[in-house]
Design a protein around this ligand. Structure first.
Ligand SMILES: [Zn+2]
Length: 268
């Protein structure tokens, strides 16, 4: 499995064997309330205290952002970069004082892609599935929040396709880790939700409806050309494992666990 629990039990390291990037999923020991996911102690612990932070006001959308050099340069110069769609309500705009730590923040957004070293892409979760992407050939990363709504909207597919169209990634080079999230054991849904999935036939148990979001995402990603051997899937269920994870489904938790991925700057 492509995950290792840190000695401090504050995060699960993802893609540990890959030295060019750092990727993690926070446990309940380092989760935070509110949004976006921002935990300075954890960022320092994983060696990313100086990274440019990218966060989202997540809306279960299929919006995946491209992090540009211009945005990163503005951040490095001390600006807070706030991006939002033209039609977003006025009240959802807010100032850097209301936001932890500066960086780049997108409103109405659930994923980001970059090829710029030193940029920490984050997402936040309380059962929804984190998708970690890495292309070792083009040195491109992506971090995505894919709950059931995002999965129905196929945000994972959109991310894979954008990595290919914008960055010239070959699907056959892309590695994906489908991280900790609510698993089939716990994700019982109503029939109307069940029927929104293209092919939910593998998920019935009698008259109850269960969705396997991890499997569904894996199949979707394979349809974009990513190979099965390049996709790893977490065994962790955030709803079952009370010692390690917060869960909205289990106890209505307001705590949010962060996913993060960053290309490490090359030390000259
Ligand atoms: Zn479970």
């Amino acid at each position: 499995m492509n995950e290792v629990l840190s000695d401090s039990k504050t995060y699960i390291e993802v893609f540990k064997e890959i030295t060019q990037i750092k990727a993690f999923f926070a446990t309940k020991n380092s989760s935070k309330p509110g949004w976006p996911f921002y935990n300075e102690e954890l960022f320092a612990e994983v060696g990313l205290a100086d990274a440019v932070h990218v966060g989202h006001w997540q809306t279960h959308s299929d919006n995946v952002q491209i992090i540009t050099q211009e945005m990163v340069d503005r951040c490095r110069a001390g600006d807070f970069v706030l991006e939002y769609p033209d039609d977003i309500e006025e009240k959802k705009k807010f100032t850097s004082e209301e936001y932890n730590g500066g960086g780049i923040l997108f409103l109405d957004s659930d994923g980001a892609i970059t090829d710029i070293p030193g940029v920490l892409l984050t997402s936040m979760h309380a059962d929804c599935i984190p998708l970690f992407f890495y292309d070792p050939v083009k040195q491109v990363i992506a971090m995505v929040h894919s709950g059931w709504k995002g999965t129905v909207k196929e945000i994972g597919r959109i991310t894979s396709e954008k990595m290919q169209s914008v960055y010239g990634c070959k699907a056959s080079d892309i590695l994906v880790h489908i991280g900790p999230g609510i698993s089939k054991c716990c994700f019982q849904v109503d029939k109307d939700v069940y029927e929104m999935f293209r092919d939910p036939s593998f998920t019935t148990k009698g008259i109850k409806y269960y969705i396997d979001l991890k499997h569904y995402n894996k199949r979707m990603l394979m349809e974009t050309g990513i190979t099965e051997e390049h996709i790893t899937v977490s065994d962790h269920c955030t709803c079952c494992e009370t010692d390690l994870f917060d869960s909205y489904r289990r106890d209505g938790s307001k705590q949010r666990m962060g996913g993060g991925i960053c290309i490490l700057p090359v030390v000259e």
